[in-house]
Write a protein that binds this ligand. Structure first.
Ligand code: NAD
Length: 353
């Protein structure tokens, strides 16, 4: 295809949103013609999953309640055995990226339709992507069949998110939007999603951090996270996601915290090379967007540096060399020295001027 031709591919077929929206899940399952639902639920959503089981009545088959980050294939095998035992014919995933990842892994192996009910801001429900781990090696595949056909966004389900998860998960979402904005191949629609998403996160996150039970602000944040997930699906991710992928995959660092602490450093590095993204983000941030994100990231009560996250100083050069050897598309050229400098700043927690 010519390099001037942009593709805009939309994934989730049907999105339902609003406080209490989880109540529509049984109707959505009926719409799919399913008789035997396997619920995949994160442990934090056990009670919601139990209520759903009751509401599903005869259409409820079983619950698998132990999804694991990065979708290890042995966990998928266990859930697959349960799906076979109970003759499941549809999946409802309630949880963050881990529950939704497991649902995708089951869907691709069985052809079952999926209803995703996200409880974090990670955005996996909006993407045709799955990362799976086998023998400690993570491989990522892309296939439209991974994308859940129905997504139900109920902000009530985010009220239980602890402050730290709220903050880091929202910045994880913001990273999808920011990378879409500096992807020179992104479509106009994707850029629009990126701007609306960044605007929503920067406006709603401070309110939610102040008043965690504000369902209206939670709803805005969740909506912004939906659009961020769509950015992840539709745009090419650059240096930020590559660093998160290498550091998360090779050193087992926690997904959302890693994204949150890296983001201001990658923005400082890339925005000088992407004036268009810088201008759009400055408008929604009402000032320097890197400083706005850095100040949000600094409010995390957990680890805010690579050092505090447990990465040894000696790993920085190796990571920088791996990234620079085969860089993701990025607005600014990626060299090992530049990446090492960026990582050192993130390791120390000092934003380069
Ligand atoms: P997660 O799903 O692993 O959840 C993190 C923790 O938060 C868990 O202990 C969970 O029980 C808890 N939790 C979730 N929702 C909660 C809530 N509302 N209240 C209280 N606790 C809650 O974390 P995540 O960041 O959502 O997802 C990370 C995983 O998703 C990684 O494996 C990542 O690779 C994957 N991911 C994939 C994509 C994709 O497009 N394929 C996109 C984003 C993330």
């Amino acid at each position: 295809m010519g390099t001037d031709i942009r593709v805009h591919q939309v994934y989730a077929g049907r999105v339902l949103q609003g406080p209490g929206a989880r109540a529509v899940v049984p109707d959505e399952v009926e719409r799919l013609g399913s008789q035997r639902v396997l619920v995949v639920a994160t442990p934090s959503a056990a009670e919601v999953a139990q209520d759903l089981a009751t509401a599903l009545g005869e259409r409820y088959a079983a619950t698998f309640g132990r999804p694991v980050q990065h979708t290890p294939v042995e966990v998928t095998a266990e859930a697959l055995a349960l799906a076979g035992e109970v003759r499941a014919d549809a999946l409802v995933a309630i949880g963050g990226g881990s529950a939704i990842g497991l649902s995708k892994a089951l869907a691709i192996r069985t052809g079952m339709p999926q209803v995703a009910v996200p409880t974090t801001y990670a955005g996996s429900e909006a993407t045709p992507v799955l990362g799976e781990t086998e023998d400690g090696v993570k491989t990522t595949r892309r296939d439209p069949a991974f994308a859940p056909g129905t997504v139900v966004y109920d902000p009530d389900l985010t009220l239980s998110m602890p402050r730290g998860l709220t903050l880091t998960s929202a910045l994880n979402a913001l990273a999808h939007a920011v990378e879409a904005l500096w992807d020179s191949g992104a479509s106009a629609a994707t850029r629009a999603y990126g701007v609306e998403s960044a605007d929503g996160i920067l406006a709603a996150l401070p309110v939610v951090l102040d008043r965690p039970s504000d369902v209206v602000a939670r709803g805005r944040l969740q909506e912004a996270a939906w659009l961020a997930g769509a950015c992840l699906a539709q745009a090419q991710m650059g240096l930020h996601h590559q660093l998160a992928h290498v550091l998360g995959g090779s050193f087992g660092l926690p997904h959302a915290e890693l994204h949150a602490l890296l983001l201001p450093h990658v923005m400082r590095f890339n925005l000088v090379a992407s004036p268009d993204a810088a201008a759009r983000l400055a408008r929604v941030a009402n000032g320097d967007p890197t400083l706005a994100v850095a100040s949000l990231a600094a409010q995390h009560e957990g680890p805010t540096t690579l050092d505090a996250l447990g990465l040894p100083r000696t790993a920085l050069r190796e990571v920088a060399e791996r990234v620079a050897a085969d860089p993701y598309p990025n607005p600014r050229p990626v060299t090992a020295d530049a990446v090492e400098e960026l990582l050192l700043a993130a390791w120390r927690g000092e934003l380069v001027r």
